[in-house]
Design a protein around this ligand. Structure first.
Ligand SMILES: Nc1ncnc2c1ncn2[C@@H]1O[C@H](COP(=O)(O)OP(=O)(O)OP(=O)(O)O)[C@@H](O)[C@H]1O
Ligand SMILES: [Mg+2]
Length: 502
């Protein structure tokens, strides 16, 4: 089913002339779009282009300053997400909105639990419904598992399951695959195709351009809050799409230069964390990028957390510059020159309530306190402002709270925080998650520059092109073990996948 099958009658959803400003800065200007029955309408644009804002308006989370929405021809006034859900519009949010202390089932069905005649929750029925939903998504999760104990990809699946549970006519997906590996993403695509065949209209926001060709019936691009155009993916190349998004040509990714026999900066020897990974050994040299590939759930993120002192290894040894060290907390890691960009910006990365500047300077300040005993506030601010412009962080004012930034711009702040510190060892877990193509190329160049200045980088990534573009060597993990470490010239996608999915 494609865009060719023009339905008669009104469109499923029409957005006309929608504008929205935040403290005087326009996030959306006069945007008009329509979503047809039984189609996937992809929405693209750079970080901060206004995609999430537009989707939040359609989902009743925020109200437009001007313009209107129509659902099957009827004007739609939404005062809350509840009203949107009642009208048949559900949304999978970019930043997950789940309750970590509650179970998977409770998170999905909160305030909609099946009740018995006495008004008590029918727990068995609750679990049954949850299992059925998760099965549809092809994920094997215990409905009673506490959400906060699950890896990010599993939490993303719970967020998706919750949106599906509403059986809505309009489904909005704001970067649903940004935390998923390829297998989970494929499974999700099958669910999307099935929903589309049943007439559901889907707005799909993504930065993964390749997904569009497999999925989208129509593509709309936003730039600086304005609608640039809508086309059919058949008529577009990847290059056309990027051009519509960024309006300029992109710099090509830097080729990793071979490392000269540099000293080992960080090494692990038989490192284990019970239940997560086992007997991991590797050496990371100064000026080297060691890519860490593997399926989601292969233990990669826990390994990084352990190297950064968030989790304590149950066996094995970590050495820095050849000497065994005990890293039992993040401050201990930082004082040894290690930086860590976490995969989960919402839970462990951003400091909500603090400004963009404060979020940027926090690590540098912590270190300057230790080293100098006092803070150069002015110098720190200038360095932060410089970093914000180097990363093209789109923020109306660096003194605004970090939550007001778009998801991709928050990610840039977290990366900038560690770049400012110039760490000797940098651990990156999905460093460009949710970052647009243009910013991604810039971030890759920043990493390459850092590495050529001698920083050792351990980079976890689920994106094969990213791994291949930056890594000198690739360590492939499989179910908590090192399946192999490949030199750059042997690291082909086929070889990596083969090791990752044995
Ligand atoms: N609650 C808010 N307060 C202030 N500014 C906001 C708020 N929400 C969004 N903005 C601003 O609106 C603009 C658009 O943000 P939006 O989140 O819609 O971008 P996006 O296209 O989804 O980007 P990304 O790809 O990074 O997710 C940004 O400049 C952002 O800083
Ligand atoms: Mg967004």
């Amino acid at each position: 089913m494609g865009a060719a099958a023009d339905p008669v009658g009104p469109e499923l959803l029409e957005v006309s002339g929608v504008s929205k400003s935040f403290s005087g800065v326009a996030a959306l200007e006069d945007v008009t779009l329509r979503l047809r029955h039984g189609t996937v309408h992809a929405l693209l644009g750079e970080n901060g282009a206004g995609k999430s804002t537009l989707m939040r308006i359609v989902a009743g989370v925020c109200t437009p300053d001007a313009g209107e929405l129509r659902l099957e021809g009827r004007a739609l006034r939404l005062g809350s997400p509840g009203q949107a859900l009642a009208a048949g519009i559900a949304m999978i949010h970019q930043e997950l909105n789940l309750l970590p202390a509650m179970s998977v089932a409770e998170n999905i069905w909160i305030r909609r639990e099946p009740l018995n005649a006495l008004g008590l929750v029918r727990h068995r029925e609750l679990r049954r419904r949850t299992r059925a939903l998760l099965e549809r998504l092809g994920v094997d999760l215990d409905p009673q598992a506490e959400l906060g104990t699950l890896p990010l990809a599993a939490r993303q699946m719970v967020e998706i399951a919750r949106a599906l549970s509403y059986d809505s006519r309009v489904l909005i997906m704001d970067e649903p695959t940004s935390a998923l590996g390829e297998r989970d993403a494929e499974r999700l695509f099958a669910v999307i195709r099935d929903l589309r065949a049943r007439g559901v209209g889907i707005f799909y926001v993504t930065h993964r351009i390749d997904e569009l060709f497999a999925l989208a019936d129509e593509i709309s691009v936003l730039r600086d809050g304005r609608h640039v155009g809508t086309s059919c993916p058949r008529d577009l190349t990847r290059r056309d799409i990027i051009h519509m998004m960024v309006g300029r040509e992109l710099s090509s990714p830097p080729a990793a230069t071979p490392v000269q026999a540099a000293p080992v900066a960080l090494s692990a020897h038989g490192l284990s964390l019970e239940g997560w990974f086992c007997d991991v050994s590797f050496e990371l040299h100064a000026g080297e990028v060691l890519g860490v590939a593997g399926l989601v759930g292969s233990g990669r993120s826990k390994l990084a957390e352990t190297l950064f002192g968030i989790a304590r290894p149950t066996a094995g040894e970590i050495r820095i510059g050849g000497a065994a060290v005990r890293i039992d907390s993040p401050p201990a890691a930082i004082s040894r020159g290690i930086g860590f960009v976490t995969e989960d910006r919402r839970e462990t990365g951003c400091l909500p309530g603090l400004s963009v500047l404060e979020n940027l300077e926090i690590s540098a300040l912590a270190r300057d306190f230790v080293r100098l005993g006092f803070v150069h506030a002015g110098a720190a601010r200038r360095a932060c402002a410089g970093m914000a412009s180097a990363l093209r962080i789109k923020a109306p004012d660096l003194r605004e709270r970090i939550e007001t930034l778009s998801g991709g711009n928050q990610q840039k702040v977290l990366l900038g925080r560690w770049l400012l510190l110039n760490p000797q060892i940098l651990l990156l877990d999905e460093p460009t998650r949710g970052v647009d193509v243009g910013a991604k190329a810039e971030i890759h160049q920043l990493i390459a520059r850092l590495v050529s200045a001698g920083t050792a980088v351990l980079m976890i990534s689920s994106e094969m092109p990213e791994i291949l573009a930056l890594s000198h060597r690739v360590m492939v993990m499989h179910e908590g073990r090192v399946a192999g470490i490949l030199d750059r010239d042997l690291a082909t996608p086929a070889r990596i996948m083969d090791l990752a999915a044995r």
